[in-house]
Each structure stands twice: as C-alpha cells, then as structure tokens.
Write a protein that binds this ligand. Structure first.
Ligand SMILES: O=P(O)(O)O[C@H]1O[C@H](CO)[C@@H](O)[C@H]1O
Ligand SMILES: O=c1cc[nH]c(=O)[nH]1
Length: 234
C-alpha cells in the first residue's frame, strides 16, 4: 500500500521524519548526513529518503512550499506511513532586527493566515504549538553543540510576496514573532490533530526588516547547525 503523493511501501519510512520545504534539500541532507540512504519517493520530484544517523533510522521528505502542499505530505506521512516525530528543517525571514542571518530559531508556536485552519476551526484561532519533549530535546542538543538559538513564535503565511512587505509584519514584530515562513502552523496543527509530535527548526535566510539576505557560504554553515540539532532528535 502507498499513498496518493508518496510511492513508498509502509515500513519504508522511519518514525522520525525531517521535513524541508525544498525536495533538493531533502536529497542534500540524505547524501550529506545519512548512511545507506535510499530514495523512496520521486512522485512529482518531491523526494523522500530513508537512511541512518548514528545507527538510528531517519527519513527526510520534501513538503513543497506553503501550507496546502505541506499538509498533503504531513497527512500521508502520519496516516499511511505511521510517522510519529515530524521535524521541519526550513528557512525563514527574521522580523526582529537583532536576529542575524544564519541563526537558528526553535519555533515554540506558530500564528498564521491559513484559510484551511480558519475554515476547520470555524473562524476561531487555534494556537498551534510545538511538542514540548521535542522542543526541550532540541534546546538541550543546541546547548551541547554550542549552537545559539532563538526560542519563540513564528508566523506561517501562504503569501510570500506583498506590496509593502516590511509594514505588513509590524504588528507581528511588536508581538514578538521571530520570523516568517510558510509551513509550521499547519505542521503543528496536524500533528496535534493526529496525536503525533512535531517541531520546527528554522535557519534565518534573510531579515525582512533590515533587508539583509544570506550569501551561499553563510547559508551552508547555518544550515549545518540546524541539521546537527535536528539529527540529534532522531
Ligand atoms: O526553505 P523552506 O523549508 O522551503 O522554507 C521557506 O522557504 C520557502 C519560501 O522561499 C517556504 O517554503 C518557506 O517556508
Ligand atoms: O517564507 C519565507 C522564507 C524565507 N524568507 C521569507 O521572507 N519568507
């Protein structure tokens, strides 16, 4: 048996799945960090791999961009493939001035503008929250590895571009949101709905307020920090 968007057999995917938006990041993670990695999905080129990290079975699955796409993969990973720990490894734009490019955020919660959540909760506002055990483990792993992290709330949006992107985030900046990305709110919501654990670890690829953006060298280094934390959770 397989699912509509993933062609793996049940059992091919580990209980712990890392979730980058970019399927080529999934490939890169598998090739760089995992041993004996096998590709289990090429449907729509949304690559998924299972391999081993320090002897532990772990999978990495691209989700695409935005909550509509991510929800499909998250739903199928949980309900067809029995995934239990889902850890997003993504990029985000920081909206606090002091957060530098390449730094790592541990998302405790995610606000957002998903119509899917709005409809599901009949216009009320669900507080999408990370799993505390995974969050604590990630925090301790970062401390052990001497990696600085910011802990707090992020915002998941379905619209990457806007007419006036800096002003758009002013109220959210004031309310302490650390950064903006496009999938975490849906991940946390679905994980709770189906009784599994989720966490989102994000590397800052740009600062929306200051207008800075990362060079490829900086992205490479910071990406490694995020991956080291995420893989410790496997
Ligand atoms: O780097 P990823 O994981 O794709 O995450 C961020 O990058 C994409 C936008 O460029 C969105 O998916 C956003 O959430
Ligand atoms: O979704 C995203 C990801 C990175 N940077 C942004 O501004 N938005």
């Amino acid at each position: 048996m397989s699912s509509i968007h993933i062609e793996a057999k049940v059992g091919d995917i580990a209980e712990t799945v890392l979730l980058p938006g970019d399927p080529l990041r999934a490939k890169h993670v598998a090739e760089t960090f995992l041993e004996d990695a096998v590709c289990y999905n090429t449907v729509r080129n949304m690559f998924g791999f299972t391999g081993y990290y320090k002897g532990k079975k772990v999978s990495v699955q691209g989700t695409g961009m935005g909550m509509g796409s991510a929800a499909i993969y998250i739903h199928e990973l949980i309900n067809t493939y029995n995934a239990k720990n889902l850890i997003r490894v993504g990029t985000c734009g920081a909206i606090q001035k002091e957060i530098n490019l390449g730094q790592v955020l541990l998302a405790m919660s995610a606000s957002g503008d998903s119509d899917a959540n709005n409809l599901y909760f009949e216009g009320m506002h669900y507080a999408a929250t990370a799993d505390f055990d995974l969050l604590l483990k990630a925090y301790k792993a970062a401390q052990r590895l001497n990696i600085k992290t910011y802990k707090g709330s992020v915002f998941s949006t379905n619209t990457f571009y806007d007419d006036d992107i800096q002003n758009r985030w002013k109220k959210w900046q004031k309310h302490g949101i650390l950064g903006v990305e496009m999938e975490t709110q849906m991940l946390f919501t679905l994980a709770k709905r189906f009784g599994v654990k989720a966490l989102s670890i994000l590397t800052v690829s740009d600062n929306i307020i200051t207008g800075e953006a990362t060079s490829s060298k900086e992205r490479e280094q910071s990406f490694n920090d995020m991956m080291k934390i995420a893989l410790e959770l496997a």
